[in-house]
Design a binder for this molecule. Structure first.
Ligand code: FEO
Ligand code: CA
Ligand code: CA
Length: 760
């Protein structure tokens, strides 16, 4: 069978498709010019942290956010006592003794009483009324057990808002996906398999299940009408044939990380949105080589780019045509084609999970990039709200939004929740992070006034242009390119902000100067203090150099203020194998000095941290991996951590031999974990990533997602499910198919058999 060129491309490859940050922002010389001395700066931070902890603050922001729900904060768990799960390559989910993990909501599960059970043989249709694919970020919204009304403390009945990031398209069709032009019937299954699920879940006795016929159930897809809100609403950049006024957009796609607002709504980040669109080979000239070409190149859609799934080839209907973003019409403003369609994606999108009638809004003031989570800083009455965000692509940036409005605790219980979102998320300041060599950092304001006069690569017309082209603005002000910022999460009591930097195969020891014709994916960055590793010790001989295993950086705001413009930072953990490979060219000592900087043991070692979330019940830090470097030894996993604080470790110098000289990079390594402060909790089935993490407010159930088990598939075995790498969860007795089932992304409910809090 003739397959599209991308047939065998795994989601992992797509996830980091290409780096397009050609800015000269760099990294190392800049950070050497640091100002504040680390030691003095940190003293204040640690002291403040101690007093905050002694003060026993009420729960606030976690992973995806914070709330002022009137629930007493339970005791934090400070030592992990469960037995760590061993690394595994088995096609199953493994949790510690005394725990149970059960799939409860998988690809294709019906969301209405009238929708047929999922056959899981490629014949299923109607994904508007079924679970989408590639379950990703997720938040739990409590319901009253009896009435079904909003109850933030409801721990036996609730709504899960679940992102469906992407697609393993072959599994949706009887014999794999067809070549281009794509049959409309196939595209009509694939498009609505993206987006978001709102699904009711209930606990009966000790067993969780989703409620097929719940009136709360809902799918938001790439075809659902949404509003553009905030600074870019109605801007010239947003005009499309769908919305000539530039006030609306159609749907959401590649939804990855999430946020939980203090007023009880769901935030979903649009990540690698650009990959779904195509642009003609001569489109630059068609646009008159205007500034839109600069923007499109920076957002990874160079002319001639092919779309991931080829939906634009399925027919002339608008729902297919919109995936071609070339300038095709004669208008001067783009209102007769989809040349501006890409500008309507790449946002944080707000959905009220409790109200199907409420508008869905793209919060454009929070900036446009490959968004992951939107994590609220600690919430305090009378102070602005801070929202932390990352842009997941090699060499991209870390962002913070600070609301103009100060938090009014009465808004936590508002019933018109999207109007509350208007108040806090449509007007505020957008910042980007710069990491200094001395362990401090600065939040650089992004607005037109901040763009240096010397910056000529792009002319920002107005403040909306800055938000829509946040990457270019961040280039202009000198932000620090990071090793693929994935999720961020805020410690519930210290308020420190944690970011996973999953890996970066283009972090280098020697400079390479990108040119206009350098393939975007080949742009390389020098090691710097905040992204200090580049080593060639991957487990396979073909392992790429760079930062292979990723790290988790954390930050503390100056004065613990959400509106602070400076911070301190260190690295909570460096991902690593516990021991070098036998084939490694390093000695054991070198491996510890350059790679396993956190001293991970076999019960703690992990690679490519991605999902990141703090329990509000236990304060425990959940770390989830999306790895390709250690998968010869273990499938992807979840770990539990008891983090300390910024500055609890030590300054460490990494020494690299570069040609005939030495390159020394100082970084700040957090305190090494102990057996009681970091343990592997779960290992997933074959060829999956772990993602999405949320809990019932009482902490007794944690929900997590298994994404794309068995996604690596060849054209030769597309029509042969028995040959697929994974058969989970069918092989665990969930749904149709049994031991030879097609694999399905799915949500797990994880409970402790004695009914206690997960992690206790
Ligand atoms: Fe969707 Fe960056 O992972
Ligand atoms: Ca991710
Ligand atoms: Ca990822």
């Amino acid at each position: 069978m003739n397959k599209p060129a991308d047939f065998q491309v795994s989601r992992r490859e797509r996830d980091e498709e290409e780096s397009s940050n050609a800015s000269g922002n760099a990294s190392f010389m800049d950070v050497l010019e640091a100002g504040l001395r680390r030691r003095g700066f940190l003293k204040g931070g640690v002291g403040a942290a101690a007093s905050m902890l002694l003060g026993g603050l009420a729960q606030a922001g976690c992973g995806g956010g914070g709330d002022d729900d009137d629930v007493a904060a339970p005791a934090a768990i400070t030592t992990l006592s469960f037995t760590a799960v061993a690394k595994s390559t088995a096609d199953t989910v493994t949790v510690p003794a005394g725990y149970t993990a059960t799939p409860i909501y998988a690809l294709g599960d019906p969301l209405t009483a009238a929708t047929a059970a999922f056959a899981n043989n490629g014949t299923d249709t109607d994904y508007d009324n079924r679970a989408g694919d590639h379950h990703d970020g997720m938040e739990y919204f409590g319901l009253n057990a009896d009435s079904g009304a909003r109850d933030a403390s409801g721990s036996t009945r609730g709504l899960l808002a679940i992102n469906h990031e992407a697609l393993t398209d072959h599994f949706l069709h009887v014999a794999g996906s067809s070549a281009r032009p794509r049959p409309a019937a196939e595209s009509d299954k694939e498009i609505p398999a993206h987006g978001v699920s709102i699904v009711e879940v209930r606990k009966t006795g000790t067993t969780w299940a989703y409620v097929q016929a719940s009136s709360h159930n809902r799918r938001v897809t790439p075809l659902t009408p949404v509003e553009l809100s905030g600074v870019a609403r109605g801007n010239a950049l947003m005009k499309t044939l769908y919305s000539p006024a530039g006030t609306g957009a159609r749907g959401t796609i590649n939804n990855c990380g999430t946020g939980y607002t203090p007023w009880g709504t769901f935030l979903t980040g649009e990540e690698n949105f650009e990959g779904y669109f195509t642009r003609g080979a001569a489109d630059d000239a068609a646009r008159g080589n205007d500034k839109s070409v600069v923007s499109l190149n920076r957002y990874k859609r160079r002319q001639g780019a092919a779309s991931r799934h080829g939906w634009e080839t399925s027919g002339a209907a608008d729902k297919y045509a919109r995936w071609n973003i070339g300038k095709l019409g004669a208008s001067t403003d783009g209102s007769d084609d989809y040349r501006n369609e890409l500008n309507t994606f790449g946002f944080i999108v707000e959905i009220d999970p409790y109200d199907k009638t409420a508008a869905i809004k793209k919060r454009t003031t929070l900036g446009r990039c490959a968004h992951e989570s939107a994590a609220f800083g600690k919430v305090a009455a009378g102070k602005p709200l801070a929202v932390y965000m990352g842009d997941d692509s090699r060499g991209e940036y870390i962002y913070k939004y600070v609301s103009n409005a100060n938090w009014d605790a009465a808004d936590a219980g508002a019933t018109n929740r999207i109007a509350v979102g208007d108040k806090y998320l449509d007007a505020g300041k957008l910042y980007v992070a710069k990491f200094n060599a001395d362990g401090t950092g600065a939040w650089l304001l992004l607005n037109r006034a901040a763009i240096p006069a010397a910056y000529t690569a792009y002319a920002f017309a107005d403040e909306a242009d800055v938000a829509v082209n946040a990457r270019l603005a961040a280039d202009a002000v000198g932000a620090t390119p990071m090793d693929r910022p994935e999720w961020c999460a805020v410690h519930p009591t210290t308020g420190e902000i944690y970011y996973t930097l999953t890996n970066n195969s283009n972090r280098r020891l020697q400079p390479a100067t990108p040119s206009a014709t350098t393939a975007p994916d080949a742009i390389q960055r020098l090691v710097d203090p905040a992204n200090p590793r580049s080593y060639n010790d991957a487990p396979s001989a073909t392992g790429s150099p760079g930062n292979v295993n990723g790290h988790i950086i954390r930050m503390r705001e100056a004065g613990d203020e959400p509106s602070a413009t400076t911070f301190t930072w260190d690295v909570y953990l460096f991902g690593s194998q516990s021991a070098r490979d036998a084939t490694s060219t390093m000695t054991d000592a070198e491996y510890v000095a350059k790679v396993n900087l956190s001293g991970l043991t076999g019960e703690q070692d992990f690679s490519s941290p991605d999902g990141l979330w703090f329990s509000r019940s236990t304060n425990l830090c959940w770390i989830q991996t999306d790895d390709g470097a250690y998968t010869d030894t273990t499938n992807c996993m979840m770990l539990l951590g008891v983090p300390g604080k910024v500055g609890d470790g030590a300054k460490t110098t990494l020494s690299y031999t570069v040609g005939a000289s030495m390159l020394n990079i100082d970084t700040y390594v957090g305190a090494r974990p102990t057996p009681g402060s970091l343990k592997r909790f779960l290992v997933g089935p074959k060829d999956c990533e772990l993602t999405g993490c949320t809990e019932t407010p009482d902490g007794t159930t944690v929900f997590a997602n298994i994404q794309h088990p068995g996604e690596t598939i060849s054209a030769a075995n597309a029509a042969n499910p028995a040959a697929y790498l994974s058969h989970w969860p069918g092989n665990a007795g969930y749904g149709a198919g049994g031991a030879n089932a097609r694999p399905r992304s799915a949500t797990l409910a994880i409970t402790k058999n004695d009914g206690g809090r997960v992690g206790s």
